[in-house]
Design a protein around this ligand. Sequence first.
Ligand SMILES: *Cc1c(COP(=O)(O)O)cnc(C)c1O
Length: 411
Amino acid sequence: MARINDHYLKLGAGYLFPEISQRVRLFEEQHSDAKIIRMGIGDVVLPLGQSVRDAMHRAVDELGTAEGFRGYGPEQGYAFLREAIAEHEFRACGVEISPDEIFVSDGSKCDSANIQEIFAVQARVAVPDPVYPVYVDSNVMAGRSGPRDDDGRYQGILYLPCTEANGFLPQPPGEAVDLVYLCSPNNPTGSVATHDMLAAWVAYARNCGAIILFDAAYEAYITQEDLPHSIFEIPGAREVAIEFRSFSKKAGFTGLRCAYLVVPKELEGIDAQGNAVSIHSLWSRRHSTKFNGASYPVQAGAASIYSEQGRAEVQASIDYYLANAKIIREGLSSLGLRVFGGVNAPYVWATTPDGVGSWDFFDRLLEQAHVVGTPGAGFGAQGEGYLRLSAFAQRDQVEEAIVRMRERMRL
Ligand SMILES: *Cc1c(COP(=O)(O)O)cnc(C)c1O
């Protein structure tokens, strides 16, 4: 029999969201009349904007003509999209990114899971706790950790505790690492790093030779002024950071699939002989070997969000979700829970009542209010005692969820 990758056997009971779906499915089987409100998985619900649909229809029609047909596109993404991203996402906020530093892909989940491949198995990895589970799991699969302990932590990974005391924002550790994942605005806590905090991380990385893997999947949700949308707003970040961006949460592309990675030309790693190696060229080699490009209609749809109409449509849906987040924040807080996030992020992070465990609270919420949240412990050991509620839902559902919690639960 073929020998398997044993590192997979170290992984915990399964990825968080399949576990939640299974519990919800079981509950539905036993309560077929329950009207379940889903505020668990972070998936958008509003329909695609007109500008995206029009651009995609046009692109498909083009492919149906002799002159307009296209086969494989450039692996790195069409120039029209990379130029639009450089202009509207970066130059517009004072950051110079060259279009050839942008790698278009079919998702930030894959990008954030794949990036570790170009680094040594020995690389020491730091991750915030709690955080998006993909960063840890992909490193465990690659063999960058020891076994998992009882509270779900893997030996060899450096966890950066994000607690109420530090505003759910990790500080640079007192030791050197090779790779550090940061996610701002944060999934699951909804916290956002300030300029000063990111500057401290950039200084740390420059000092110890670390590379920051900065996940900005939710940057479009930042509403407060003076908060950085990109790590590249910090001077000196080009030598030490990679940034992940996605059209998923920004423009409702979770089903269409389009994202990109920004890898500055200055960024370098080191080989076994101690020579500096360009990370951009390594990633370029990896990307063009293992990926054949996002589809043309999808990239055309993505580029359309930068038109005047596209921008207005994107903003309207973000405003809608943020208004949901406000209702959730105020609702939970009126029920006596302490709430965080939800101002610059589509997630509200709430304490469970009376120190109830987060999976227990998840079950109570499902059984009593028929509302699906996400247990904080699923995002890391420090998430125990918290629940994440997602603002990606229809308004009436959000309002109904709060009413049910008030009427049916003793919080
Ligand atoms: C949703 C999400 C992404 C985006 O994933 P896609 O694969 O682009 O849909 C990336 N990072 C975080 C933290 C997310 O929550």
